[in-house]
Every structure is written in structure tokens, then in C-alpha cells.
Design a protein around this ligand. Structure first.
Ligand SMILES: [Zn+2]
Length: 256
């Protein structure tokens, strides 16, 4: 572009030198593009096998299983302030596509997996409730989980869900409301210790919570196990006057 615009100011030698540099530069860019296309092979978000041209996000084997596994379910979380509705996509059982997806989404290509899961969650939510005007917040992971995985899966999922909703013209906003003061991983504790740990560690931002009266809040977590963390966060949201719906990709343990 620079050469095309200023060509009249250059003599032939200068122009040849500039064109030579330009050719080298373009050649390098083409080489980088070629290398990238050779190195980046789209893989299945669950089993990580290489996808063919007809497959998008998931290989056909995982996709067939996922259709069977991902049937949005409504359930509830028991909290001190009563039952809170919970919508989740699938059961979290070993060797399931759901298990592979959640396990992988903490480790590699986090954004791509979160995009996939957010789109699936949005599909389920749209049929369950009106979304406009809702806030999305998340149950933050512990500092220990953050250190080991490098990112907060629930936060990434919440961000992806808001982006996905915005793509479909829903008025949904992300709110980061809770801090996690614990350095202990919730999954390393027993049921009673989980409840106690959750109670002391998840603290709502009082300033932000002051505007939640009468607002619809979607509280998101990747996997619900005992539901203790979610219950503690939901109680604080309800205490602030919000209308809470819990959302998760999967639920471990028995269906309640
Ligand atoms: Zn697969």
C-alpha cells in the first residue's frame, strides 16, 4: 500500500529494493499462514480426535452420544432459604462425553470448549425462561483450583454464555459478584466440610448486590456435586432480593 501510494517519488533502484523487501515480507506471511494451517488441526472438544470437514466442534461419535446425554433437566438446590431451581444439561458420570468435555475444558482450548457449552446452555435456557434483563454470575473456583488450571472455568463459561446470548440479541449482563477466599479445593472435602467451607469462603460484593432487588440472576457453575457452594451463593443473592436460577453443565451424584 505504502509503495503503491508513493510510487512516483521513487527512482527505479529504490523501487526495486522496496519491492524486494515487500516480496520477502509477503512470502513470510504466506509461510506463517501455511504453517499455522498445517499445525492447527481442529479437534473434537470431547475426545480430541481430529475432525473431518463435515464435523464442527465434536466428532460424529461423541456428537451421537452427546445428543443422548445432554437433555436439559430441571432440579433444585437445597439452601437455608428454601429450594432454588437448577437447570443442568447432563449427568456427570465417568466415561461420558460430558465428563470428557468438562475435564478437557479446564485444560486445553478452554475458550473453544466454553463456547460450545455456552451455546448448549443457551439453547436449554431459552426454552425454560425469558432471558432479557437477566444478570449472569458464577460460583468462583478456589485459589488452589485457579493455580492448578490457570483459569476459572465457571467464569469463562459465564463470559461465553453472555457473549452467546448477545449474539442472539438477548439483553444479558455479566456480573462478577463473589470472591473466593478459600485456598482449599472443594472437591477435596467431605460433604459436611464442603458446606462449612462454602459458607465461609463465598462472599458477595455488597456494593454490587445492592442493585439486585427484583432482578433475575443466573448463577452458573460447571459441575454441581453437593451443591453446597451454589447454595451459599444463591442464599446471598436471594438475601439481596434477586430471583435466582442456578445453571450447571452437569450434576454429579444422584438426581435430586
Ligand atoms: Zn469426539
Amino acid at each position: 500500500m505504502f509503495i503503491q501510494k508513493n510510487v512516483k517519488y521513487f527512482d527505479n533502484v529504490q523501487l526495486s529494493i522496496l519491492l524486494a523487501f515487500d516480496t520477502i515480507l509477503c512470502y513470510n506471511i504466506r509461510m506463517i499462514k501455511l504453517l499455522k494451517s498445517l499445525l492447527y488441526v481442529p479437534k473434537c472438544v470431547a475426545c480430541r480426535c481430529t475432525l473431518d470437514d463435515t464435523e464442527h466442534f465434536m466428532c460424529s461419535v461423541c456428537a451421537a452420544k452427546w445428543i443422548y446425554e445432554a437433555r436439559p433437566r430441571t432440579s433444585s438446590i437445597n439452601s437455608a432459604m428454601g429450594d432454588v431451581p437448577l437447570i443442568y444439561l447432563a449427568r456427570y458420570v465417568p466415561f461420558s462425553v460430558t465428563h470428557m468435555l468438562v475435564w478437557q475444558s479446564k485444560r486445553v482450548e478452554i475458550t473453544r470448549r466454553s463456547q460450545f457449552l455456552a451455546a448448549e446452555l443457551l439453547l436449554a435456557l431459552k426454552s425454560e425462561m425469558p432471558l432479557n434483563g437477566a444478570y449472569v454470575t458464577y460460583v468462583p473456583c478456589s485459589a488452589a483450583t485457579l493455580r492448578s488450571s490457570g483459569s476459572d472455568q465457571s467464569e469463562t463459561l459465564a463470559q461465553a454464555l453472555v457473549a452467546e446470548a448477545a449474539n442472539e440479541d438477548f439483553d444479558v449482563q455479566l456480573l462478577s459478584l463473589f470472591s473466593n477466599r478459600s485456598s482449599v479445593q472443594q472437591k477435596s472435602l467431605g460433604a459436611e466440610a464442603r458446606a462449612e467451607n462454602a459458607r465461609t469462603k463465598h462472599v458477595i460484593d455488597a456494593k454490587k448486590a445492592a442493585n439486585l432487588r427484583g432482578k433475575k440472576v443466573l448463577l452458573i457453575d460447571d459441575v454441581v456435586t453437593s451443591g453446597a457452594s451454589m447454595a451459599v451463593c444463591a442464599e446471598q443473592l436471594m438475601g439481596a432480593g434477586a430471583e435466582v436460577t442456578c445453571i450447571a453443565v452437569a450434576r454429579a451424584g444422584k438426581d435430586k
